[in-house]
Design a protein around this ligand. Structure first.
Ligand SMILES: CC(C)(COP(=O)(O)OP(=O)(O)OC[C@H]1O[C@@H](n2cnc3c(N)ncnc32)[C@H](O)[C@@H]1OP(=O)(O)O)[C@@H](O)C(=O)NCCC(=O)NCCS
Length: 186
């Protein structure tokens, strides 16, 4: 039976959470978990880290999910815009499909909008992200180099401060290379 997990608190991460988050990321992503956990650390150590947009979901004081949004560049040849990407999101395996991922995504969208960011981009399954208002990147003139087997995965959510200047090509920081950038898309 499907049910909504209501007994969840969402807050920003702090240094005491890092080990717990590391475990959840590794478990959620199975075989690629080590690489995704490294990605989380790399983002934290970079100037693209946005502390307000790295959130944990807690149930009875235990962390059961994590979401991270960070900056990357959108290059339109004339200028480089700094935009926000959502990656990764990780829910403890036994706590998946209870609405926790949805709660984290909705909270992150609200906070990103409040920071005055124009948009959020991500690579993900449209079946999941369409429900939050994400739309195909091509509708916005935003190019994301994707592998041929995932042409629909580039998704954009325009926020209150969105304007049509926000277009161009997404430039991933190198620390994303290991997790989702097959060599031919770099
Ligand atoms: C993907 C993930 C974040 C979703 O969080 P969640 O708390 O399990 O999801 P919710 O309970 O909010 O939503 C459940 C819905 O999402 C769908 N869903 C869950 N994972 C999905 C996935 N990887 N792709 C597509 N849809 C997915 C479920 O089928 C369900 O759909 P329904 O409402 O139509 O029945 C979580 O399952 C997870 O951590 N997965 C492993 C790591 C991962 O793949 N992260 C995403 C890539 S960055």
């Amino acid at each position: 039976m499907k049910y909504n997990e209501t007994n969840i608190t969402i807050r920003t991460e702090n240094a005491r959470d890092y080990n717990h988050i590391d475990t959840i990321v590794r478990e959620a992503f199975n075989d690629s978990g080590v690489l995704v956990a490294e990605l989380v650390n790399s983002i934290r150590e970079s100037s693209n880290y946005i502390p307000e947009l790295s959130l944990v979901a807690e149930k009875k004081g235990t962390i059961v999910g994590h979401i991270m949004l960070s900056h990357l560049n959108l290059d339109d040849n004339d200028r480089v815009h700094r935009v926000v990407t959502l990656s990764p999101i990780s829910i403890k395996p036994e706590m998946q499909k209870k609405g926790i991922g949805s709660s984290l995504i909705k909270a992150a969208i609200k906070k990103t909008d409040a920071l005055g960011e124009p948009l959020i981009m991500l690579e993900g399954d449209p079946n999941y992200y369409l429900r939050f208002g994400f739309k195909p990147g091509k509708e916005f003139g935003i190019g994301i180099a994707l592998p041929h087997w995932a042409p629909e995965a580039a998704m954009i959510l325009p926020l209150s401060k969105y304007n049509q200047d926000s277009k161009g090509k997404i430039i991933y920081p190198p620390y994303f290379d290991k997790v989702n950038r097959p060599p031919h898309t770099r």
